[in-house]
Write a protein of this length. Sequence first.
Length: 357
Amino acid sequence: MKRIALLTSGGDCQSLNATMRGVAKTLYQSMDNVEIYGILDGYKGLIYGNYKKMKPSDFSGILTQGGTIIGTSRQPFKLMKVIDDSGLDKVKAMKANYKKMKLDCLVIMGGNGTHKTANLLREEGLNVVTCPKTIDNDIWGTDMTFGFQSAVDIATNAIDCIHTTAASHGRVFIVEVMGHKAGWMTLHAGIAAGADIILLPEIPYDIDKVVSAIQSRIEQGKRFSILAVAEGAISKEDAALPKKQYKKKLKEMPYPSISYKVGKEIEEKTGQEIRITVPGHTQRGGEPCPYDRVISTRLGVAAANLVLKEQYGFMAALQNNEIIPVPLEEVAGKLKTVNPEASIIKEAKALGICFGD
Ligand code: F6P
């Protein structure tokens, strides 16, 4: 008899359900007496003891369904050990609910913050297995996170749509792509959709380089330029600031996001008409692409196998197209970002894509 709980935490993405289906189907197939619980709304549910018993039928028909059937929420890691105003010790509460539910293991699907808390729970003695979820693809220890490819499809489609209208109008278009502090989505969607300029957090830009790339396109008789700008893109000048000072500057920035700052500067320097598109949370929505359905299924099966083998404290990860267990203590607290020296950047530059550096 095993009692397992599933927990999805942080921003949602397209193939959380596909991953849970992989875990649940494998467990139900392998054991006659397994009980699966769904912790509701991420770590919040574990803190406050909100959960429901799942049935095998809950996992049917969800392979293609976006979002998460058990809900999610953001519970910042930095606040986990902080006693809240009502005197609640969140870590103690999570451990108590785990014990009360008589769980053998928690299977947690989440991104970077989620993995820090998962590792904390492991350190506190709970049995934990995780799967790498995020559209940002920034989890250390896995080549790919599930959700990334589906989100890249949506961002690519947004830039593709801009391409047709850009060709008619002769303007400068900016599409702002999600990804938090990592440029993976912008890089992939930018290359896939033929953006002329790609600005990533990992390669601070010089606005004059961006402007001269636009001007050189105008001189070549090109009617438009398309920029794929990561939401975390940063100028060389700002990248040189101490972190605290940059955070303060960001808060005081008189623009809704970085793309509007870049747009304003380009407009002032070139006199070009600028249009900005922010697909935002559409990038996390809709159904998972086939690639994500496959890796989610594989990662889900692998997580269930770790549970069956009682091999706790690991993240099921994809490395060189194989699924392998990576210790949680190696994953937690590290970020996988784009290496500015990577061959994909050199290949994009060889095509003439400007990174503003
Ligand atoms: O981590 C996924 C992500 O979509 C990031 O790309 C983005 O910065 C962030 O979440 C947005 O968070 P929220 O949904 O809380 O606004």
